[in-house]
Design a binder for this molecule. Structure first.
Ligand SMILES: [Zn+2]
Length: 246
């Protein structure tokens, strides 16, 4: 599967870069994970949004869903051939008000995530883990048919029991690393130190820092993770347009 970083920032877009959004492609199937602020512009540099097959949303915070509305308008109004007659948008149906907004005429249809067993979406099998965050949020583990290299995206979370087990053995983990090691006050995201511990304890081969702060020194962010990371684990800071083959 091919992972393309569309949006890498947490909180708000800055310096021309979008907030959380990732494109997973396999066998001509295009799955978008989250659709943050600025994502629709960044996505159009990679593919036409009409070529999406499905969207999965991890939670209803603005930096993960801000561009869902304009994606719906794009699907309703933009000229061009649609890959599928309507675009399914998967999310938890527990927040009825936000879930119902995923239906849009001639455009998108809401689809409830299933948390009781893995879900098949195109060539991908997705399983979910409820994280610890101010609103209901799910990490997602993605397996591609016939591929041993699995991907986990932590979505937004602070340290929570069970997260290590959920990630364990994946090839690559995209971690919410919103905070530097010295972050004070309430923590609803991982710090660099926590990301390092997570990667070191879950047998992953690669960690990609996402939901990165829109301010501050990213070299320092990377260094803080790298300083105690096991040397066999590859480390990257997510950046728009970066492509990973798993
Ligand atoms: Zn959030």
């Amino acid at each position: 599967m091919k992972l393309t970083i569309i949006g890498c920032l947490g909180g708000y877009p800055a310096n021309g870069k979008a907030t959380s959004c990732f494109l997973l492609s396999s066998h001509n199937f295009n799955l978008l994970i989250d659709c943050g602020s600025g994502a629709l512009l960044a996505l159009q540099k990679v593919i036409s949004p009409l070529q999406l097959d499905a969207v999965v949303l991890t939670h209803f915070h603005a930096d993960h869903i801000a561009d869902v509305g304009v994606l719906q308008h794009f699907w309703q109004l933009a000229p061009g051939d649609k890959k599928v007659p309507w675009l399914p948008i998967y999310a938890s149906n527990h927040d009825i008000e936000n879930f119902n907004k995923l239906d849009w005429p001639y455009s998108t249809r809401k689809q409830a995530l299933n948390f009781s067993k893995p879900m098949e979406i195109g060539p991908f099998t997705l399983s979910f883990f409820k994280t610890k965050h101010p609103v209901e949020t799910y990490a997602v583990r993605i397996k591609e048919t016939g591929n041993q290299n699995e991907l986990v995206y932590t979505a937004d979370t602070t340290i929570v029991s069970g997260l290590n087990e959920f990630i364990d053995g994946a090839h690559t983990v995209l971690t919410d690393t919103n905070f530097f090691a010295n972050q004070k006050g309430p923590r609803w995201h991982l710090t660099t130190t926590e990301t390092t511990d997570l990667a070191n304890n879950t047998h992953v081969k690669q960690v990609i820092l996402t939901h990165i702060p829109p301010f501050g020194d990213l070299d320092k962010l990377k260094y803080e993770v790298a300083s105690k990371l096991m040397p066999n684990i590859k480390l990257d800071v997510a950046d728009e347009g970066a492509i990973y083959e798993l």
